[in-house]
Design a protein around this ligand. Sequence first.
Ligand code: TMP
Length: 219
Amino acid sequence: MPRGLFITLEGLDGSGKTTQIKRLGAWMARRGLAVIETRQPGGTAAGERIREILLDSRSGTLAPLTEVALAFAARAQAIVEVIEPALAAGKMVLCDRFTDSTEAYQGGGRELGSAIVLELHRLICGDLQPDLTLLLLPGFEASLARARRRNDRMEQATGTNEGRFEQEQDAFYRRVWQKYREIAAREPERVVLIEGDLGIDEVHEQIVEAVSERLVLAG
Ligand code: TMP
């Protein structure tokens, strides 16, 4: 059985990834492809608990290396429990964030640099790399405003939030943004950059185009 494709979506908070993953998953399912959707951090029982620690604003100031360790702990479990079995069974795996997020947020945003993240990826994830990464980078100001609005709504509705990162200063997000662009420039074969303030439909069309190309290549 041919292995499935591993497709990741990346971008700043508020970039619209989650909406696009759902639409892409539905598009693939309509074409008769077996597809699973998962997310990082999360995707497994342990991973979702790790997500809470990483994202809950009550976790206070986690050290940057703690963030990296938590992100890779969730990832290690997801690879064994979810991602590898699905790919081996010929399924398409759509993953909301993967190691590029750790490189952008902890390597860039927290200024740990790329090397430590790439080395941990090698040790923990081996040679598992996405076949395709869709990087959504709408206008910086627009995505930041959207992330903050979403965070306020969640806090009002539930009294809690996943907002440790949304509460960061603009300078943090600028570094994340910059690191994402660096990754896209370094790996143009893997990373398809979808830029600008496009509508949901336009972004979906660009995603479908990129995915269709890979599906043809994969035969
Ligand atoms: P999201 O699931 O709403 O995209 O939010 C996940 C948040 O976690 C987002 O702010 C990015 C952050 N994050 C990291 O800082 N490092 C990581 O390795 C991952 C996967 C996410």
